[in-house]
Design a protein. Structure first.
Length: 271
């Protein structure tokens, strides 16, 4: 689990407690760290620097701004190769206890790092996510213009999932500063101070042969040219699982050479 490498600056956010419940980082655990860096460097234009956790972890940057963490998957960890979002929490231990109490699973941790504490978990339908207590990456948070990534949860029932995450991450709570939850048509929309952070959509099934239809948190990375990114993915060993034109722009769902799913999109926010 790669973790944030520096504290917030101009955004005024110094720790997870200031934005509890909000997505605060995304990380990829892969079986081939160098191969992943080569792929995402060629396809997304990312540059990599060693993370604070050692040679087996790196942080991806685009035009000098941090985008994501990539780490080598330890052989003893029974964790799928996947992009995973981390959510800011006030207390990792209390949050992990709430996950277990609500029939979720805590697979790894909570563990202590130099910048804070984290854990890797799964919700009741098997969608994997992380929790993080501590310092945050500067200016990373989703919901702002030109955010590095936006998120969608593909789940069995969006409204039931919203209850689970709401109780675990204190969404729509009485605590000042909590994220807001809105029900719009068949989706649940997570917002903070009016900015969309993520969307939750129903219809996923754990038995689906198509991995994009199984319960999971899905990362959407904005790019300047979707078609050029798709072609770069093909040239570098990736698979194109689908392309579409949406009212908000073009998007394509890709699979990297190690099996991780992600979407590239011309839309900067999940409106």
């Amino acid at each position: 689990m790669d973790k944030p490498t520096r504290a917030a600056g101009s955004a005024g956010v110094t720790s997870s407690a200031a934005v509890f419940g909000a997505p605060c980082w995304v990380s990829l655990m892969t079986r081939d760290l160098q191969g992943a860096q080569d792929f995402y460097g060629a396809v997304m234009g990312w540059e990599f620097r060693k993370g604070v956790l050692g040679d087996e972890f790196s942080t991806a940057f685009l035009e000098g701004a941090p985008v994501a963490g990539i780490g080598a998957l330890a052989s003893m960890l029974q964790v799928a190769v996947a992009w995973t979002p981390y959510f800011a929490v006030i207390d990792t231990d209390q949050t992990a206890a709430r996950i277990r109490e609500r029939s979720g699973t805590v697979a790894v941790g909570p563990l202590t790092f130099s910048m804070g504490r984290g854990a890797l978990a799964a919700d009741r339908d098997g969608a994997v996510f992380g929790i993080w207590e501590g310092l945050l990456v500067s200016d990373w948070l989703t919901g702002r213009k030109k955010a590095p990534v936006w998120l969608r949860l593909r789940t069995r029932n969006a409204f039931e999932a919203a209850i689970f995450y709401g109780e675990v991450l204190e969404w729509a709570s009485d605590r000042p500063g909590s994220c807001q939850v809105d029900y719009e048509e068949d989706e649940v929309v997570l917002r903070s101070k009016g900015h969309v952070l993520a969307r939750l959509s129903s219809g996923a099934t754990g038995a689906a042969p198509d991995p994009t239809l199984r319960p999971h948190w899905h990362c959407h990375f904005p790019v300047g040219d979707v078609e050029a990114t798709v072609e770069a993915a093909r040239r570098n060993g990736g698979l194109v699982l689908g392309q579409s034109s949406m009212p908000q722009g073009e998007e394509a769902t890709l699979r990297d050479p190690d099996g991780a799913l992600f979407t590239v999109t011309s839309s900067t926010v999940p409106e």
